[in-house]
Design a protein around this ligand. Structure first.
Ligand code: BG6
Length: 488
């Protein structure tokens, strides 16, 4: 859908997120002719630099973070011409009049303000936007995660932003919602009768959500050590995946209908209290090991500090959604850094066949599984039982009905930010989080964090390159089930 010319203001323009994700995403949209002529992308941050230097830095970032085959020199030069820069002090007065002068050249434009800064600056930036008269009905504000580190701090951010922007103009990003396969989950569930009719406790045995990463904390130790995997990945990305998997059909795809349904799932999530912590949660921290054959250091060494950290880099949980549809169906979720591969998937495991006409020795007894792969190699696969070919009698074995999206559609899969950045311009908030969602998710996370804090044990060590502490395997095997990766 074509959009009108816009002025995209990015605060935190010299930061990692802008260089790694936002500029590459905007470049890709430009390459696809989605950025109208005369639109401006205005970088704002504290350092003083001429616009030429900002463009030079952007060129370097694009060369590093966009695949070489997707760099077209003429397009790249055309894109850089759309970039502008203004030095602004989020906490003081400096630069705001310059920004105002620049924006007032085109007063009627759609004007997203993307806050890619530390969250403790969100309130100050919003107050200044208001003070300098930079907010109109055409403005929107985009908030990156983390929105707080608990319910209290999330509320403070939401209050400060909400004091100057109405909720309909606030776009809280969870980039997992922009991933193609996550949106495909909506298509799969609500455009295919075969799945939706089976999507309940009568037929489904359990659900697994895995978000595994090979990276460690890289240079982000300062942030990560005050966060940990529960805050960094579960409170947002994993709960959002769980919501889309578990929610009822929204009455339409408009933002509030979808968010109303997700909110009900979050409200139905059983809180994990001190009494359950031991049986349904596992916290781990990576020790030295090897990932993809390369030796890597421990989390503690990556942090480079002597004080023993108790922050978890791995979490596995058994969750319960208290609703008629899901009664008795566990949702096992796990995420971690320094695991053997980068892999995100949702696995819906159906109940095993209650009775078999096949002789015991021929019946593999594998239940059907639907595997929705978010990354890598986006796709879906349905594991079904089939007859082994040949005259040797009725022998069964599991086989995959497998769709790889890239092979099927033969086109580039856009990065999540490409979709989300343009949805902001269009004013479509369906794939963004509403205030109440974020806060209910924090309230749930706070209960678990509190329960963990009451326990004396540090996180369990796991060797980098393994699938986390063995307690994670025990968590699911106690219930007679296994994590999916073994089947591949
Ligand atoms: C971010 C987390 O939100 O998501 C990071 O802060 C994590 O710690 C990243 O690495 C994972 O995103 P993706 O898209 O690479 O799976």
């Amino acid at each position: 859908i074509p959009v009108s010319p816009f002025d995209y203001v990015v605060f935190g323009a010299t930061g990692d997120l802008t260089q790694r994700k936002l500029l590459p995403a905007l470049y890709q949209r430009f390459r696809d002719s989605q950025i109208p002529e005369s639109s401006r992308i205005i970088g704002a941050s504290r350092s003083h630099m001429p616009v030429e230097e900002f463009r030079e830095r952007a060129r370097d970032a694009l060369k590093s973070f966009v695949p070489a085959t997707e760099i077209d020199e003429a397009k790249l030069a055309g894109f850089l011409d759309h970039l502008f820069y203004v030095a602004v002090d989020a906490l003081g007065d400096e630069g705001w009049n310059d920004l105002k002068a620049m924006l007032e050249e085109r007063p009627d434009r759609i004007r997203p303000y993307y806050l890619a800064t530390a969250p403790d600056l969100y309130g100050a930036i919003c107050r200044n936007l208001d003070r300098y008269g930079l907010i109109s009905a055409q403005s929107r504000v985009v908030l990156e995660k983390p929105i707080g580190k608990d319910l209290k701090s999330a509320r403070a951010i939401n209050d400060a932003v909400g004091a100057v922007f109405p909720e309909s103009q606030i776009f809280r990003i969870d980039h997992y919602l922009g991933k193609e396969t996550v949106q495909n989950l909506l298509a799969l569930r609500f455009a295919n009768t075969i799945f939706e009719r089976l999507w309940n406790a009568d037929v489904i045995d359990h659900v697994q959500i895995t978000v595994a990463e090979t990276v460690g904390v890289e240079g982000r130790g300062g942030y990560y050590d005050t966060s940990g995997a529960l805050r960094d990945m579960v409170q947002n990305h994993i709960l959002q995946l769980l919501c889309l998997t578990a929610m009822e059909s929204p009455i339409s795809l408009d933002a509030n209908s979808v968010r109303d349904e997700k909110l009900k799932v979050l409200r139905a999530l059983k809180p994990i209290t001190a009494a359950d912590v031991q049986s349904v949660t596992v916290r781990g921290q990576y020790a030295a090991g090897a990932v993809n054959g390369r030796p890597v250091e421990s989390y503690q060494a990556d942090l480079g500090s002597d004080a023993a950290s108790r922050t978890e880099t791995f979490v596995a949980l058994k969750l319960e959604v208290r609703s008629g549809r899901w009664a008795g169906v566990p949702f096992y979720v796990r995420t971690g850094k320094r695991l053997p591969k980068k892999l995100s998937e949702i696995v819906v495991q159906f109940r095993a066949s209650p009775f078999s006409i096949f002789p015991a020795e021929s019946f593999g007894r594998e239940p059907n599984r639907l595997v929705i792969r978010l990354q890598p190699e986006e796709g879906m696969k349905l594991e079904v039982m089939t007859k082994d070919p040949g005259p040797g009698g009725m022998r069964l074995r599991p086989t995959n009905l497998d769709i790889s999206f890239e092979e099927t559609f033969k086109q580039r899969y856009p990065d999540a930010y490409e979709r989300l950045l343009m949805d902001v311009v269009r004013g479509n908030a369906t794939l963004f989080m509403r205030r109440d969602e974020v806060e209910v998710a924090w309230a749930w996370a706070d209960t678990l964090l509190k329960a963990w804090a009451e326990r004396p044990e540090p996180p369990r060590p796991y060797a980098a390159g393994s699938w986390g502490p063995t307690a994670s395997i025990a968590l699911i095997e106690r219930d007679g089930r296994t994590w999916h990766e073994e089947i591949g």
